[in-house]
Design a protein around this ligand. Structure first.
Ligand code: PLP
Length: 246
């Protein structure tokens, strides 16, 4: 791996630094417009498809929270960046046979959308943290914002959200930290995020510690912040267009 003084790395560092500054300005402006306290919205930089070298540069620029959506890639990068003080957020679709492996390195799993994942995540956390020094693994329930009857994408049906939250909250080694969602394709994100805010307050009424609301990406972070997101997940607006799409 090339060192940070290589000219190529310096150019990349400048790009990432500019991308980050732009996104932080957008977040600050949205927070101000919503009348929310400064600094109340966190940023997870989604580094999927970008190399571990970019993660390293981002860490040098003060990023602490990074997001990944594929198990294989995430585990390799987490391993390569073990010396950095990072929190790894798993934000992608999760196969139940990979849940234990993800639970063993992720610091936050944002995409819990069915009960079948709970046992594996719990086992993975217990294996990573046999003495319980880290405490339970923070998990977000991903809820679908697709209109009823639309082709199902990721996220649980809102009709079963309460039950899934209950089961997660009752699972050893896991903590129900809140909710995550992705705005529906081809629809105004603002009303969708308002629906999400409604689900979030319903869940918080039963689980007061579940105060995280993860919503908003490069294209819609302003609408998410207006609806009460506590952190946004931003990829391309920081890192540029993804090198390959699968
Ligand atoms: C890729 C991804 C993001 C970031 O998307 P951008 O549009 O690049 O900001 C956020 N959340 C999830 C779940 C993703 O998969």
């Amino acid at each position: 791996m090339s060192g940070p003084s290589e000219p190529g790395d310096r150019a990349r560092e400048d790009e990432l630094s500019e991308g980050l500054a732009t996104v932080r300005d957008r977040i600050d402006a949205a927070v101000g417009a919503a009348g929310r306290p400064p600094g109340s919205v966190g940023l997870v930089v989604v580094t999927k498809y970008f190399p571990a070298g970019d993660v390293r540069i981002l860490a040098g620029l003060g990023v602490r929270d990074v997001g990944e959506n594929r198990h294989q890639e995430a585990s390799e990068k987490a391993d390569l960046c073990r010396d950095l003080d990072l929190r790894w957020h798993f934000v992608g679709g999760l196969q139940s046979n990979k849940a234990a492996a993800v639970g063993a390195y992720a610091d936050v799993v944002e995409s819990v959308d069915r009960p079948k994942l709970l046992a594996g995540l719990s086992r993975g956390r217990a294996e990573r943290d046999p003495d319980g020094a880290l405490g339970p693994l923070d998990c977000l329930v991903q809820v679908s914002l697709d209109p009823p009857g639309a082709e199902h994408r990721a996220g649980c049906d809102p009709a079963v959200l309460d039950e899934l939250c209950e089961r997660l909250a009752g699972t050893e080694h896991l903590r129900l930290a809140g909710l995550m969602a992705v705005a529906p394709l081809g629809e105004d994100p603002a009303p969708a995020f308002e629906r999400l805010a409604g689900y979030a307050s319903r869940v918080r009424a039963r689980h007061p510690g579940a105060d995280v609301l993860s919503a908003g990406m490069s294209g819609d972070l302003e609408q998410a912040v207006a609806a009460g997101a506590t952190h946004v997940r931003v990829g391309s607006a920081v890192l540029g267009a993804r090198p390959r799409v699968q």
